[in-house]
Design a protein around this ligand. Sequence first.
Ligand SMILES: Nc1ncnc2c1ncn2[C@@H]1O[C@H](COP(=O)(O)OP(=O)(O)OP(=O)(O)O)[C@@H](O)[C@H]1O
Ligand SMILES: [Mg+2]
Length: 276
Amino acid sequence: MNRPTAAFTMGNVQPEPSSPIILAENLTKVYAAGRLQVTAVREVSLAVERGEFVAIVGPSGSGKSTLFYLLGGLTQATKGRVVIDGVDFASLSDGERTRLRKHRIGFVFQKFNLLPTLSAMGNIEIAWAVSGRKEPLDLKYLDHLCDLLSIQGRLEHRPSELSGGEQQRVAIARALITRPAIVLADEPTGNLDTKSSDAVLQMLLRSNRELGQTTLMITHNPEAAQIASRILHMRDGEIVHEETGSRAGVAFPASGAALPGPGAALPAANTVPAAV
Ligand SMILES: Nc1ncnc2c1ncn2[C@@H]1O[C@H](COP(=O)(O)OP(=O)(O)OP(=O)(O)O)[C@@H](O)[C@H]1O
Ligand SMILES: [Mg+2]
């Protein structure tokens, strides 16, 4: 059974046919800090195909998070353009851009960005609520995610009552609950021990493979990056090198049932119907 596509229109914007799901052209971001100017991202061009798992690595300050913000439409490029599934961010109004983000992209932020007044469960539920899905929250899938991320016993806690690693895992559940077509994850294993880190990587990988998601993961961890089909190396705001992950395509040890849960139909990652 195919999952019904949630209603989503983007006014008169026509997607460019058969383009990569993420396309960046000559992206440059200059921050003005007082009289100083910092070029955080410099003339970056990249194309990510549907269903790819791409890792971005590089030293601290090399522009990884800035690229994440640009690709997610969370900050405006100084120069260049970002096209998501054929739609140029620059052609959208603020409202349309926000809707595209909420509907299509699951974000895992380096600093989690959980809402402090809501419980862990509330943070996950609100991601569903704002995504514009018509159907009710899939509790079976929520259960499954929380099991795999070992946060079942923490769902009633507020972020301030959670450890950094627990907050990170809640942030990952929040990003994945809507089964977004694109997952952008900034250091998703940054605060985790080896066991939790493996669980998160496995979760992202299975989500990528089984739901056909496109995943872009920023990481400091060279081991973690190896699960990606493509690893992009950043330095001083530029992509300077590209390689294939040595563990790409290698199966993680199976744990738990296939996503999204035993017996359930496997829905494809959300797609945007052609703009009307
Ligand atoms: N809002 C801002 N204003 C001014 N400069 C900024 C701002 N945000 C980032 N920068 C600068 O841009 C550069 C790139 O920062 P960015 O956060 O993208 O790096 P990063 O690769 O994600 O680093 P890390 O691995 O430490 O997270 C850095 O020199 C940083 O100081
Ligand atoms: Mg960063």
